[in-house]
Structure formats: C-alpha cells, structure tokens
Design a protein around this ligand. Structure first.
Ligand SMILES: Cc1cc2nc3c(=O)[nH]c(=O)nc-3n(C[C@H](O)[C@H](O)[C@H](O)COP(=O)(O)OP(=O)(O)OC[C@H]3O[C@@H](n4cnc5c(N)ncnc54)[C@H](O)[C@@H]3O)c2cc1C
Length: 426
C-alpha cells in the first residue's frame, strides 16, 4: 500500500503499473470529495485515491439560481485541484470497469488501480439523446436547461427575453437529481414575468411524465397553491419525446386514463427541459449494479450487498432517497464510519435514514424547504411548518447552504443541522 507521504499526482503513475490504495473513490464530485476529506480527518494514515476525469467541480444546487439570474455560473465552479483534500491522490482519468473479485478498477486509458476498499460515487448520467433532436436544439431557439453548465446561462437569457406566448417546463420519469428542480425554475420564471407585467401574456405549462406534482404528498398543497397563484397549467403523464428547435415545437407522448398513448405537439416560445436520467453506463454494465442499473447497496449501511469492501453514495447509489447534495452530506459520514468499521473487522453500525432536501424556490425571496427521508418521512431542520414559503429559507438556499458546502462539507466537517424533534409528521 502507498502511504500518504508517497502519494503521487495523476500523471506520475506510469502506464502498466498497478498502483494500490487503501481506499479508491470513483468520482470526485460532491460525494467523492466529501468522503475523501472525512476519511482523511478520521484516519490520516490511510492512502486514498480519487478517480475523477474533470478539471472542475460545480455546485449544481446553485444552477437553479444561475438560470434565474441570481448567481453567475462562475460562482458555482471551482478547480478540482483546489478541492482534492491534502494527502489524497487524484487520478485524473475516467473509471471504465470494475473487477470486484480482483479488487481492481479499470480506467478508460487501460490502466488498473487496486484497492482494499472501494467507494463508488460517479453521479448519474444525463440521457440527452433519449429525446430526439434535443442535443442539437439546446442553447438556441428558446430551448434551455438548468441541468448542464453549457446551457444554464441560456436559461436566464430565455427568461429575460420572454415577452409572452408559451413557456413549457418538462420533467422526465423519476428518478432524477433534485426532483424539485424542474419546477423551481418554473416558479422563478413565473415570478420574474409577474414582476415585469408579462405573466398575463404568457401561458406556462408544466409537462411531467409522472402523475403527481411532488413525490412527497405532504409538500403537494403548498406547491399546488403556487401553481394556482401563477396560473400554471399542469399536464400529467406528458413525456417529452422530441424537440424541433428551429420550428419551436415540442413533441410529447401522453398517456390517457385508459392507458392509451397519444402524441401531442406543442408550440413554444421557451422550453426548459429536464433531461431523462439514469445510472452511468459503466455502472449499469458492471457487476456492482442492481437490476435498475444503480450500485446495489444496503439502504441503511450503504455497503454493497454482495461485495463487503464496496460502498456507494450520492446519485449513483441504488437507494430510494431523493438524489441531492443534502443527501450526500448525511451519507458520507455513514460510509466513512462503516468503511472504517469494516477495516477494523467490526460490523457496520452507522445507518443512513434517507434524508434529502429540496429547497423549492416558489418565488424570488421565498422557499418551501422540503426535507424528508425514506418513505417520504418529513424531517424538518427547524421547528417551523416546512410547508410555508419563507424568506429565511431563501437566505438558507442562497447564502448559508453554498457556504456550508464549500467551507465545511467538502472539507470533511460532518455537519447535521437537523432539528432533532420532528414535529411535522407526514
Ligand atoms: C439543476 C440542479 C439543481 C439541484 N438542486 C439541488 C438542491 O437544491 N439541493 C441539493 O441538495 N441538491 C441539488 N442538486 C443535486 C446535487 O447537485 C447532486 O445530487 C449531487 O451533486 C450529487 O453528488 P454526486 O457526487 O453523487 O454527483 P456529482 O456531484 O455529479 O459528481 C459526480 C462526479 O463523478 C465524476 N464521474 C463521472 N463519470 C466518471 C467516471 N467514469 N469515472 C470517474 N469519475 C466519474 C463526474 O465528473 C463528477 O465529478 C441539483 C442538481 C441540479 C443539476
């Protein structure tokens, strides 16, 4: 095993050599950086490597605010090199395959990396190509998306340019990351139009593949109220299938009450698309995957159900929590404790309760702070009714949470701000 003093930079591992580490982390995003930092804090003697191809890391929860003109894209992006915890080796490459029986990860460039423990957290995959014409349409003719660094700034341009007509907001089948994000930008767009006297000239439609406004029933009434306040039409069971950018047409497959499917074509002036999402392809075809393609881990311990020295967290994990950075903040300490227990030949004792959070921006300056765990159990951080849109929650979203992320979470401080007495049962 390498010791920390022997750790090397990404380009210092010669081709053909198989370096080995106590812990290898696949994915240096929210989950990977946090886990590495916490591991180093708890057990600095461990050798830890992160496999991550990207040179930058983005605070994606900020993209709702970039699309609404509150943050700049630059505010949400940092150099990956500045976030890799001291003493951790960054292997700047993509993982391509897993050989769990051999305790090895194969990289896209053909190299192999060995490990005693593996943590899998490469996020999820945006399936832009599942919507015909979307990739070509994105970024012009009013077609935008907050789900990509390349197109999120264009969302704000579209919102500002809208002078009336039809604005469509889509939501694909679940699971997606931050299940509330498709409607957050819709409410902010509506509020912007209202403030500029243009809402009355704009028809806003929410076209979603599912049949409920939000997966946790407790939070549906305040969202329905918001929909009504802005006069938004909601089209349930509408799944975006194709986009013709130049003609400004969106094609949906809609499902009727009798289960029959019909094609509906809608003209638009603005189309905000949330793309279909799934587990990364290299996870889907790996021995680590569950039948749905996600990494098969125990919902509480986050340990793989078939390979004892493998853990997963973040968007790639096959758990039923909402896929959010807030979930990662609570998952990472569980993974670290259980991994260290396994290293010490103890049973994993730490359990994740499914916590995730979705600060739903119902307008500029107001947020419904939806926090919930497995089974839709409501888990508010504060002793206040979480269904009420609040300015304090907006300040939390725009000021406190980004600071918590960059200064504490990614540096390995384990912070659980939740109010322990949960008085708002679902
Ligand atoms: C528009 C939007 C709004 C959101 N709003 C919120 C919010 O309000 N609150 C909230 O908590 N969360 C929110 N989220 C979700 C949150 O950003 C994610 O859930 C979180 O980033 C998940 O962390 P992760 O580490 O699993 O994935 P990521 O942070 O996406 O990191 C995955 C990393 O893995 C790397 N990777 C990919 N493939 C490979 C490979 N083959 N080998 C090695 N590495 C690989 C990637 O380059 C990336 O760095 C939002 C997301 C979006 C897009």
């Amino acid at each position: 095993m390498e010791t920390p003093s022997q750790t090397r930079g990404p380009d210092q591992v010669p081709a053909g050599e198989r370096p080995s580490y106590d812990v290898v982390i696949v994915g240096g995003g929210a989950a990977g950086i946090t886990t590495a930092a916490e591991l180093r804090r708890h057990r600095p003697a461990l050798s830890v490597a992160i496999i991550e191809p990207s040179e930058t890391h983005a605070y994606q929860p900020g993209w709702t605010l970039v699309g609404a003109g509150v943050f700049t894209l630059r505010q949400t992006i940092r150099q990956e090199s500045s976030l890799i915890p001291p003493g951790v080796t960054w292997l700047r490459a993509a993982a391509a395959a897993f050989q769990p029986e051999a305790n090895a990860v194969e990289l896209a460039d053909g190299r192999h990396v060995g490990y005693r423990f593996l943590v899998v957290c490469p996020g999820l995959q945006l399936d832009w190509d599942k919507v015909a014409g979307l990739r070509e349409a994105l970024g012009k003719n009013g077609v935008c998306s907050n789900y990509s660094a390349e197109s999120v700034e264009y969302t704000w341009q579209c919102v500002q340019a809208l002078r009336g007509g039809t604005a469509l907001f889509t939501q694909p089948p679940m699971p997606i990351k931050c299940a509330g994000a498709p409607q957050k930008i819709m409410y902010l767009t509506a509020d912007h139009l209202r403030g500029h006297g243009r809402l009355k000239d704009t028809k806003i439609e929410f076209c979603l593949a599912g049949d409920v406004l939000f997966g946790v029933p407790f939070f549906v009434p305040p969202l329905q109220k918001t929909v009504d306040r802005y006069g938004i039409a909601v089209n349930y069971k509408w799944n975006l299938k194709a986009v013709d950018g130049p003609a400004r047409k969106a094609i949906f497959a809609t499902t009727g009450a009798d289960g029959s499917t019909t094609e509906v074509v809608r003209d638009f002036d603005m189309l905000h698309v949330t793309p279909p999402q799934s587990a990364p392809d290299f996870i889907k075809r790996s021995p680590l995957a569950n039948p749905g393609g996600w990494v098969e881990v125990d919902a509480a311990t986050l340990r793989h159900t078939r390979f004892d020295n493998v853990f997963a967290l973040g968007d790639a994990a096959g758990t039923t929590n909402t896929k959010t950075a807030a979930a990662v903040r609570l998952q990472a300490p569980v993974v670290v404790r259980n991994l260290l227990a396994a290293a010490d030949r103890r049973d994993p004792a730490s359990a994740y309760d499914g916590y995730g959070s979705c600060p739903l921006t119902t307008g500029y300056g107001e947020v419904v702070l939806a926090e919930f765990g497995y089974g839709g159990k409501v888990m508010p951080s504060f002793p206040l009714d979480p269904r009420v849109p609040r300015r304090s929650a907006w300040l939390l979203k725009t000021k406190f949470l980004p600071m918590l992320y960059w200064r504490f979470m990614l540096r390995g401080s384990e912070i659980d701000i939740r109010h322990k007495e949960r008085s708002f049962a679902a």
